[in-house]
Ligand binder design. Structure first.
Ligand SMILES: [Zn+2]
Length: 330
């Protein structure tokens, strides 16, 4: 992603506004558990916290024990991470001997980068005693901070001074009236380094233009329902099945049939089943190569299983059913 200095300043201010709408103030301590690096989550939440004068604890992703230790020792009052990681921390904090409400000082959580349910929100709020806000963004549109839930939590306000948001019918491109479900399309009004006009997000939602009960006039979008393409969001990371296929097709000794299985037991998990000859089914080197290549392309670990040729179900009616998403839908 490309940004000019002005783009970065504006992004920081928009993100700072998102924090402000969620109730975060100067003096808050924000533990930023989003990844720093090429993933825009880390830097976006960092710049925003700086813009409002909050303190940032840049823990980035992973190392759960250290995250919990910092939550306790530094009295972090705000947390930002993927909702699935926060749900994971519900269990993990107790397993590590913490009493979340007593040991931590969290009062606000900003969770986004993947769809999540009201059940997950309730669970997080009950365990940590914080108020959870959904936040929306994507790297193409600066990063996080395009929209956020206000205190009404009845849709996410999108900043109308920078983003023109529309919904279209994903099949015909027809622009839909406000309130109708369709694919979100964004235009950035002042982005310099990477302007995008009517950018199709593939995210499905609705736009509401009525003034919110909070008094803000910025339009709201409904929480993201799903996608109009086959992209999977696994632990906040975007994965296209075609990326997995590309990796597998470039490794010799593998058959054409494969299956991608996404599941969730607290955290999202990716499993890939692929066929090979009977002799190579227990080939550790081959297994390691597939795992390594998948990690290099996707940036996440996959549990790879080698199966004998002819084991996976074949499709008789055209498109093979290669992706199985076992995660519960709201
Ligand atoms: Zn509002």
């Amino acid at each position: 992603m490309a940004y000019t200095r002005r783009d970065l300043d504006l992004w920081g201010r928009l993100m700072g506004r998102a924090y402000d709408v969620a109730g975060v103030r100067k003096g808050d301590i924000v533990q930023n558990m989003y990844g720093y690096g090429l993933f825009t989550g880390g830097l976006g939440f960092h710049y925003g916290a700086r813009a409002i004068g909050a303190t940032v604890v840049p823990t980035s992703t992973g190392n759960t024990k250290r995250q919990l230790m910092f939550l306790k020792d530094l009295r972090s009052s705000v947390v930002a991470c993927t909702p699935s990681y926060m749900v994971y921390l519900c269990e993990a904090s107790r397993a590590e001997g913490y009493d979340p409400k007593k040991d931590f000082a969290l009062r606000i959580g900003l969770f986004g980068a993947e769809p999540w349910s009201e059940e997950a929100r309730k669970r997080i709020e009950e365990v940590f005693g914080l108020r959870a806000h959904d936040i929306f963004g994507m790297s193409e549109l600066y990063g996080p901070g395009v929209g956020i839930e206000c205190e009404q939590r009845n849709g996410l306000h999108v900043w109308a001074d920078e983003f023109l948001v529309e919904t279209i019918n994903p099949d015909t491109g027809e622009v839909l009236d406000p309130g109708r479900e369709g694919e979100l399309v964004f235009t950035m009004l002042s982005r310099e380094a990477m302007p995008l006009l009517r950018y199709r997000t593939r995210d499905l939602s609705r736009v509401f233009e009525e003034v919110c009960a909070c008094g803000r006039h910025h339009p709201r979008i409904q929480r993201i329902k799903g996608r109009s393409d086959d992209m999977l969001i696994i632990g906040g990371v975007n994965v296209f099945p075609s990326q997995v296929e590309h990796v597998l097709m470039n490794i010799s000794g593998l058959g054409d049939q494969y299956q991608i299985i996404v599941s969730r037991t607290d955290l999202d998990r990716l499993a890939v089943k692929v066929e090979t000859s009977r002799e190579r089914m227990n080939d550790e080197k081959l297994l390691k190569q597939i795992q390594g290549d998948l990690f290099a392309v996707l940036g996440i670990n996959a549990n790879v299983e080698l199966l004998e040729l002819g084991t996976l179900p074949r499709s008789e009616v055209g498109k093979a059913h290669r992706v199985i998403d076992l995660r519960a839908k709201e």
